[in-house]
Each structure stands twice: as C-alpha cells, then as structure tokens.
Design a protein around this ligand. Structure first.
Ligand code: HEC
Length: 192
C-alpha cells in the first residue's frame, strides 16, 4: 500500500506542477473572467481561441492591466525565417500582397500600384520611406506575422500566427513594402 501510494502521489504533484507552469497568462486570465462572469459567457465565446475570447469579452479594447502581458505572449510565438533574413525578394512579395486568395493586403490597405486599395487599415503608401533599418524590418515582419503583438484584437489577419503565410513568404512581403527598388516604392499607388 505504502509503495503504491508514494509514487502515485509524486506523479500527481508533478502533473499538477507542470500543468500550472504550462498555463499561459491568456488562459489564466480567461478562466478568471469566466469564473467571475458566471452565466454571462455564451458557449460560442468559450469555443473561441483563448486570446480571441479575451478580445470578445472586452469588445476588442483590452484593459490596461491586460494589455502588457497579452502583447508579451503574442510576441513570444513569433517565428522567423530559417536564414534569419526578414527582407526577402520583393518580386515574390508582390503577388502575395496583390492576390485575394493569398495576402489580400490591398483589400484593406492603399499603397499598391497594381490594385485600388481599401481603407480598413491605414494607408501604406510610400511605406519604404521608413528605411530598411533592422528595427523597421523587424516591426514590419512582426506586424504581418502576428498583428496582435502590436495592435491587440485588430481585424488584420495574423498571417504567420494563423498559418496563412510561411515566414519566408512574409519576408518577401516585407521586401515588397521596404525595398527601395520595389514597384511599391517606385510606382504611384492606385487610389479611388
Ligand atoms: C482585413 C483587413 C486587413 C488586411 C487583409 C491586412 N491588413 Fe494590415 N492592417 C489592418 C489594420 C486595421 C491595421 C491597423 C491596426 C490597428 O490600428 O488596429 C493594419 C496595420 C498594418 C501595418 C502597420 C501600419 C503602420 O503604419 O505601422 C502594416 C505594415 C500592415 N498592416 C501590412 C499588411 C500586409 C503586408 C498585409 C497582407 C499580407 C495586410 N496588412 C493585410 C488591416 C488589414
């Protein structure tokens, strides 16, 4: 009896401990809200991904105390291209930006010389004027990989996070926006 009891107890404690350390801030905060909110949260909400559910509960405006750890957790999951280059080939980025079934960027952003841009998001016209410093490349890459690392709960797709674009493809889009030789920066944007 004793022999059986001790290892079982140890295993149980180990399991509990690892469960707790594996718990993310977002999961913990969501569970706290659900417990506090009782019946107020519908099943639909509970079936959302935990970060999306937090955005929904707060109507896309996270309270100040949630914002910091939320952003930190969004940043942690960003992956980079294997070769470490955040700026790829702008010619390969062009069709991604300008194709509905790929990046669909033009539907929300003005700036492309190939498509009349939409205005859901800010204009990216002459985006390349920001230069190609490491900081600008990193910001641009990370915004496209996981927009919520900078603009929590915004409508822009989280291309890398959602598996819509591979890291290398995102680097090509970064080049399309930043490379001084890119048509995006040398040709006029199409606008309404
Ligand atoms: C559904 C609409 C939508 C789509 C599609 C979309 N975006 Fe966005 N994007 C936004 C919005 C909205 C913001 C601003 C975020 C905010 O203020 O909440 C934004 C912000 C950005 C920013 C930061 C702008 C700045 O001035 O710093 C960049 C860069 C960007 N988007 C690039 C892209 C690229 C590249 C794509 C395609 C791969 C894309 N977006 C697709 C809506 C969209």
């Amino acid at each position: 009896m004793r022999r059986f009891y001790l290892p079982t107890l140890l295993l149980l404690l180990l399991g509990l401990a690892s469960g707790q350390t594996g718990q993310s801030y977002i999961d913990t905060e969501l569970q706290r809200l659900i417990q506090a909110g009782g019946q107020n949260y519908s099943n639909t909400l509970l079936r959302q991904a935990p970060d999306q559910a937090l955005c929904s509960i707060h109507r896309n405006k996270l309270p100040a105390e949630v914002l910091g750890p939320f952003i930190e957790e969004q940043r942690k999951n960003i992956k980079y291209p294997a070769d470490g280059k955040l700026m790829g080939d702008w010619k390969q980025g062009e069709p991604i930006f300008n194709t509905l079934a790929r990046g669909n960027c033009f539907s929300c952003h003005v700036g492309s010389p190939l498509n009349i841009g939409g205005n859901v998001g800010p204009s990216l016209e002459k985006y390349g004027q920001r230069g190609t410093s490491e900081a600008v490349q990193k910001y641009t890459y990370e915004v496209i990989y996981n927009t919520w690392a900078y603009f929590p709960c915004t409508v822009m797709y989280r291309f890398g996070h959602g598996g819509l674009l591979k890291p290398e493809e995102i680097a090509h889009v970064v080049a399309y926006l930043l490379d001084p030789a890119s048509d995006f920066n040398t040709k006029p944007a199409l606008k309404r």
